[in-house]
Write a protein that binds this ligand. Sequence first.
Ligand SMILES: [Mg+2]
Length: 260
Amino acid sequence: MKRLEDKKLFLFDMEGVIYRGRGALEPIESAVEFIDYLKAAGKKVRFIGNATIKNREMMLETLRKVGVEADLEDIFMVGALTAEYISKNYGKCRCFVIGSDVFKSDLKKEGILLTDTEDCDLVVVAYEKVSYDRLNTAARALLKGAELIAAHMDRIAPSSNGIVMSSGCFVRALEHASDKKAKVSIGKPSSYFFKKVMGKFSPSETVMVGDNIDADIVGANRNGLESVLVLTGVSTMEDAKKAKGERKPHVVVKTLKELV
Ligand SMILES: [Mg+2]
């Protein structure tokens, strides 16, 4: 496609773009084909995700299973980026974490200390099936002076039992309880995330390919990237037609085959 021809970096969201399914993986064939086409044309391809129940190594496995060859350095996940942010800005602080074991191990790998008590420096919020008791511990920590870090602000996520509340809901609840705003949101659609992922590439050289208007398209548009919505995941043609302003994708395709 003409308007994408001179772009140098292509960022791919993964679930809903490259594969479907949580247990048994279903590759989205046209995506694998499009990625191969981009690589053959000398484009740089990177893979990005807000999921915190999987780390970069697990995503590399997933990509290989669905037929996409990638290097670990081309995969950017919120867990590793959150760990990096905390260690850079707060050193070896104590964190109370709402998040999966995988997310917690991402933090531990950076030397960050985890605690289950309200005596901590930071409350770090990602996704877990969090209890009222743990939310209260987090709120008390914030009221006692800890700072709040959001891994990402996704509102909802699909699950095998239907839609479930995601990280952003817990962050909002804790902000309300403590009357304190999160210092940062690491994941899409934040500018922090896109700067990290683009590295030396500029926004005008970069294309974001995603299936979710709220996370992928808003993130791309807000940060000056070209935005491509593919209708193989969350957002529908109806959503795309209704979208205005920063929610409006530059390009909408039913499958990525249309771009080959
Ligand atoms: Mg997606």
